[in-house]
Design a protein. Structure first.
Length: 349
């Protein structure tokens, strides 16, 4: 939650803001679930922010804000706050574990220091003794001290073993949270946040190997949604993502770019190999006539348009994205269901 909204919900205007949010949600037919309420707080608190603009777009296109849509919005626009909460919770558990271990170590150190003092006293007693009479008492005292050290050491070892397991569990949990924050809930592909980070990283790298970015878009998807409904549209998105995942194995990185758009990063591949891969995707996607699950209606074939751009030396991620996007729109304008290279487009211009 942004600082501005955080202050608003903790100030005098909180009740008024909450009433306005509920009123607006009721007006547009959005159920007041906790997640929807959080999304609408951000939307009404800052309507010109990325989340606000996306909700405006969805409402203008009469998209139903159901649980799945809300999860997608939250995954794309509210991942940081959720991740931070998980990290804070994990940090609190880790603090407790470290405090427990520190206490056990301090206790073991004290026991070992006491044992050292016992050994010193025993040595002095042996030196002062004129006969072996005190030895029995001395050995008995050392035995008791040794057992005490062993007991404290065993307790410390168990505490460390338990803490190691807890830290490993926390590490696994945080890794899962990180993966969830980077994954699109509907298609199970990487989301826009993960894509942006990966593209920035590969464009800023010192590797001089070829790097290509492709953008793909489902043709006439809005018309498809309007005809068959958004649940069927989601079915199409999952169908396309399954093919993309299969073709883009290995070093290729595929993500849901937004809405019905997808992005693929091809590291170390020639333009010819990229073209072949994209044409394979387009051919596989359009090769099947889909059917609506609920009614078995024939939906016909789905087609994609694609555009790609090869990374130029020193080029920024935003520039590469802009050129790939221009190539995509050239495919759209040329009749759709085709692949266009930015280089070919720029040479023709």
């Amino acid at each position: 939650m942004t600082a501005q909204i955080e202050m608003a919900v903790r100030g005098p205007e909180a009740y008024s803001l909450a009433r306005d949010v509920i009123t607006d949600m009721e007006k547009v037919g959005v159920w007041p679930t906790p997640l929807n309420f959080e999304l609408w707080l951000h939307y009404m608190g800052d309507p010109d922010a990325p989340l606000g603009r996306e909700i405006k777009r969805l409402l203008a296109e009469k998209v139903v804000i159901n649980d799945e849509t809300a999860e997608l919005l939250a995954a794309e626009f509210l991942p940081r706050s959720r991740l931070s909460e998980d990290i804070r919770d994990a940090g609190a558990v880790l603090d407790r574990e470290l405090a427990n271990v520190a206490g056990a170590i301090a206790k073991a150190h004290k026991t070992q220091a006491d044992y050292g003092e016992t050994l010193v006293a025993a040595s002095q007693t042996m030196e002062a003794a004129e006969d072996g009479a005190p030895l029995k008492t001395l050995v008995g005292g050392l035995t008791i001290a040794t057992k005490r050290v062993r007991r404290e050491t065993a307790i410390l070892e168990k505490r460390l073993e338990s803490s190691n397991k807890e830290v490993a569990r926390l590490r696994e949990h945080l890794e899962q949270v990180r993966r969830d924050a980077m994954t699109d809930a509907l298609t199970n592909l990487a989301n826009r946040k993960a894509f942006d980070e990966r593209l920035e990283r590969v464009c800023d790298g010192d590797d001089h190997a070829p790097l290509t970015l492709a953008i793909l878009d489902i043709d006439h998807f809005k018309r498809f949604n309007d005809t068959w409904g958004h649940q069927t549209g989601d079915q199409v998105l999952r169908y396309v993502s399954t093919i993309l995942s299969r073709v883009c194995s290995g070093n290729r990185f595929v993500a849901r770019f937004g809405g019905e758009e997808f992005a693929i990063i091809f590291p170390g591949e020639s333009a010819g190999a990229v073209t072949m891969a994209l044409e394979t995707i387009l051919e596989e996607v359009s090769s099947r006539s889909l059917r609506r699950r609920s009614t078995n209606d024939d939906l016909g074939a789905v087609t994609l348009s694609a555009g790609f751009a090869e990374h130029l030396s020193g080029e920024t991620a935003s520039s590469l994205l802009e050129r790939a996007d221009a190539a995509l729109y050239a495919s759209k304008h040329a009749g759709r269901n085709r692949v266009t290279s930015a280089i070919a487009l720029e040479t023709a211009a």
